[in-house]
Design a protein around this ligand. Structure first.
Ligand SMILES: NC(=O)c1ccc[n+]([C@@H]2O[C@H](COP(=O)([O-])OP(=O)(O)OC[C@H]3O[C@@H](n4cnc5c(N)ncnc54)[C@H](O)[C@@H]3O)[C@@H](O)[C@H]2O)c1
Length: 435
């Protein structure tokens, strides 16, 4: 199978690295996005997202002429869809008193419809967006078949989940094992052949719905495991235990691997994808539902920690460090840190947030500091919400000279209690209540 030209719809954290990697491996790629800012930025030779190494790969892909950027798809041998699949902000479903989020599949629908006029016999279409079970066969296939062509007969259709780790995307794109699920075995083979252009990890063929479930099961497992770690953090406080110590001791058991508690679960994947399973079968997913609730409620637990440290929050000035949903990335989507800040403000606290990976971020109702010292100015307390390396590496003696705050609250187990106490701080740690 020969793929000389492909179209990739959606040039975000997944689509742009994928498009530029195909291009640097000799494939002629048309990168498509509906956001004019994305188009202009890329056409101007720059990039709009932070991902280590990405700028260089995009630059060489553009310079080679193999990557072009366009607002519309063109006729090609294959089409990849990597558009967002969030949940609706303003709609919920309900089952047995449990309210759950609903998948917003509008971007997948419009991207699939945009391919329609370009679809030709022998083409391959791959959905990469994380999607509810059966999306490929029940949503994408009927749209594409409006062309008069039959999926699996006239064109190949696959689902292939993306499992890269932000911060490591370019390496993992190539090295990770990749699951390719076809609506027919021939479709899976075609998908396999396309990814073989650059994937060095194993490429495994299966059916489309299994491939969708694989992705959802992976992220749901992490969500449930983080939920139990978060519950352990609450229990540890009740029983006068250091949850981090208890977890590290429990993890000495050869078959136990408890994850880390924290201020909650964010990002576009783990805090979203489990809802796709709940929506698809609410009667079968009470555990998944409750894990989601535990993680969504964790910012309230952090609020309690801050009150434990400061008493009343009215007019207290707090320097909040980190807004990203995880360490060392600039992605603020579904950030639990933002949720914590909103809760603190509702209690009357004045919060200045500092996010070194996105200092210019505009988040509704959040007062962003322009640098660390501005965040520290007049602060009564420092609240660590994300374990960015630069925060974990803080020297408390140095921090003591930059702020009048003498209370530090660590929600991510980044700071050493003894060192911070020696530097004159009272350090309150999430999940730690050891007398
Ligand atoms: N970011 C990750 O780490 C990650 C990992 C695995 C899977 N995923 C999944 O991959 C998919 C894409 O995620 P992302 O992080 O790249 O999203 P993103 O928001 O970074 O990028 C998506 C891009 O698609 C564009 N877009 C929206 N509708 C479009 C349309 N109809 N046609 C063309 N472009 C359109 C947007 O303008 C945006 O630039 C999602 O389903 C996500 O769940 C993401």
């Amino acid at each position: 199978m020969n793929f000389q030209k492909i179209c990739i719809l959606g040039l975000g954290y997944i689509g742009l690295p994928t498009a530029s990697t195909f291009a640097t491996h000799g494939v002629n790629v048309v990168g498509v996005d509906i956001n004019p800012h994305v188009i202009e930025t890329l056409q101007g030779g720059s990039i709009h997202i932070h991902e280590p190494g990405l700028r260089g790969v995009v630059e060489s892909a553009l310079a080679s002429g193999n990557l072009t950027i366009s607002p519309k798809p063109e006729k090609a041998d294959a089409f990849l869809i990597a558009v967002p699949t969030p949940f609706y902000e303003d709609k919920v479903g309900e089952y047995d008193g449990r309210k759950y989020r609903l998948a917003d599949m509008r971007a997948v629908i419009s991207a699939t419809e945009a391919i329609l006029p370009c679809l030709r016999k022998g083409n391959l279409v791959i959905l990469e967006s994380t999607s509810p079970p059966r999306t490929t066969v029940d949503l994408v296939k009927p749209i594409l078949e409006r062309s008069g062509l039959k999926a699996g007969i006239d064109f190949y259709l696959c689902y292939s989940p993306e499992r890269v780790l932000p911060g490591q995307i370019l390496r993992e794109l190539i090295e990770n094992a990749r699951v390719v699920g076809g609506v027919t075995p021939e479709s899976a083979k075609a998908g396999h052949a396309l990814y073989a252009t650059f994937v060095k990890g194993q490429i495994i063929e299966t059916d489309a719905t299994t491939a969708e479930m694989v992705k959802l099961m992976e992220n749901t497992t992490r969500d449930v495991n983080i939920a139990i770690a978060n519950e352990f953090s609450r229990l540890a406080e009740k029983f006068g235990v250091d949850v981090w110590e208890a977890i590290s001791l429990a993890n000495l058991h050869p078959r136990i691997n408890i994850l880390s508690p924290g201020p909650g679960v964010g990002g576009h994947c783990i805090s979203v994808d489990p809802w796709f399973l709940v929506e698809a079968a609410p009667e079968l997913t009470p555990l998944i539902y409750h894990a989601r609730k535990v993680n969504d409620d964790q910012p309230y637990f952090v609020l309690g920690e801050v009150k434990r440290a400061l008493g009343t929050l009215k007019d207290k000035k707090i320097a909040a460090l980190g807004l990203a949903y995880k360490p060392d990335v600039d992605d603020l989507r579904e950030s639990p840190a933002a949720e914590v800040i909103h809760l603190l403000q509702l209690e009357g606290a004045q919060v200045k947030a500092w996010e070194p990976f996105k200092p210019e971020a505009e988040l509704k109702g959040i007062d962003m500091a322009t640098d660390l010292n501005t965040a520290f100015k007049d602060a009564d307390a420092i609240l660590l919400l994300v374990k960015h390396t630069q925060f974990a590496d803080f020297d408390p003696e140095d921090i003591a000279t930059r702020t009048r705050a003498r209370v530090a609250i660590d929600t991510v187990n980044a700071w050493n209690a003894e060192e911070w106490q020696k530097a004159g701080f009272r350090l309150v740690r999430l999940g730690v209540n050891k007398k």
